[in-house]
Design a protein around this ligand. Structure first.
Ligand SMILES: [Zn+2]
Length: 346
């Protein structure tokens, strides 16, 4: 026993009080404005010296992009096209020029492609590359047919294995591909899809990830309102997205695994679910980043080069985030998810 453990105990009590206060605030706010209720498990906002703003891109193809009728990507998420790769590189170059990095998450099947020079370049430029599974599998699946489209069409690929075995192996395959072709270990793990309550209620998945060597993961994507498809966001929708930022703060699972959530709204939410124009997406992201700066909190921008190249060809979202951080001076910094996760244990 020493002073630090006493301090930790006191901090725990303060945090518990904050959680209770936040839960009360959330439920009363939800009742007043009929916004979707933010999860009561929303973690306390850690007291930081400055806001931590991360830019993260998942390297995968996405149904409905670049053309709305594109559906085949569901079966080949990792086979990136030339446009998505070029976009990832240029986004990385821009953010690097502004003093930041992009935290990428790689779908391992991309390592089956002949030319991976672009990934080597991202690594050489100092951008962290994390694991996003080999086939973009649903890590909470308990039935074989729910794991991934590829295995639904080609069930012989996973025959005789339990879903949890398939999921574990799919995560390991991505790390092995990364080590074989890039010579590096993954910088963290992000679940395909985000879950409004993260991995809460699934200690088996939390333990699998910890046992595979991940100290932190990025799994939670808090619930928030969407606009009707094809209509711009109302003030209420934007308010709801900003309100969800408090539920997108890093937290620790009982087994010690850290979650660095994704901050809404994602590009998929904006351009697929809501079918917004770029201006609407910029507005929502700006409000989220400004909230994080004001509260010295975390903002983890989540997007995909495959979705952004047809929707934001001039990289305006990246420039805007870098501008907001620069304008904030000492009140904010550009960072990556590794650094954010390290601070959670402090
Ligand atoms: Zn993904």
């Amino acid at each position: 026993m020493n002073r630090s453990s006493v301090r930790t105990r006191r901090e725990f009590l303060i945090d518990t009080a904050r959680i209770a206060a936040l839960a009360t605030a959330n439920s009363s706010q939800a009742a007043e404005t009929s916004l979707p209720k933010v999860s009561n498990s929303a973690p306390p906002i850690q007291q930081r010296r400055q806001a931590s703003i991360a830019i993260s891109l998942d390297l995968e193809m996405a149904r409905n992009f670049p053309r709305w009728e594109d559906a085949h990507w569901d079966f080949e998420k990792g086979l990136l096209n030339a446009e998505a790769k070029a976009y990832a590189l240029e986004a990385a170059r821009r953010v690097r020029a502004r003093g930041g990095v992009i935290h990428f998450f790689v779908v391992g099947r991309v390592f089956e492609q002949d030319d991976i020079e672009w990934l080597k370049q991202l690594h050489r430029l100092g951008h962290p590359l994390g694991n996003h599974t080999y086939d973009h599998v649903y890590v909470l699946a308990t039935k074989a047919e729910d794991i991934q489209y590829r295995f639904k069409r080609a069930p012989w690929l996973i025959q005789g294995k339990t879903p949890s075995q398939v999921i574990r192996e799919n995560i390991e395959l991505c790390s092995e591909a990364m080590e074989t072709r890039l010579g590096i270990k993954p910088a963290g793990f992000r679940t395909p899809g985000g879950f409004s309550d993260g991995l809460n209620g699934r200690p088996d998945v939390q333990n699998t990830l910890l046992n595979l060597g991940f100290r932190w993961v990025s799994c939670k994507y808090p619930a928030h309102p969407y606009s009707q498809p094809g209509t711009p966001p109302t003030a209420e929708v934007l308010r709801g997205i900003v309100a969800a930022q408090a539920a997108a703060q890093p937290f620790v699972y009982p087994n010690g695994l850290v979650d660095v959530p994704m901050s809404p709204i994602s590009d998929v939410g904006a351009f697929r679910n809501c079918r917004w124009k770029l201006g609407d997406f910029l507005t929502a992201v700006k409000m989220g980043v400004e909230w994080a700066i004001e509260h010295k909190a975390v903002y983890d921008f989540l997007a995909h080069p495959s979705v952004l190249y047809p929707n934001d060809p001039e990289f305006r979202t990246f420039d805007m985030i870098c501008d907001l951080v620069q304008q904030a001076g000492d009140r904010a910094r550009l960072t990556d998810l590794d650094a954010i996760a390290r601070e959670v244990h402090l």
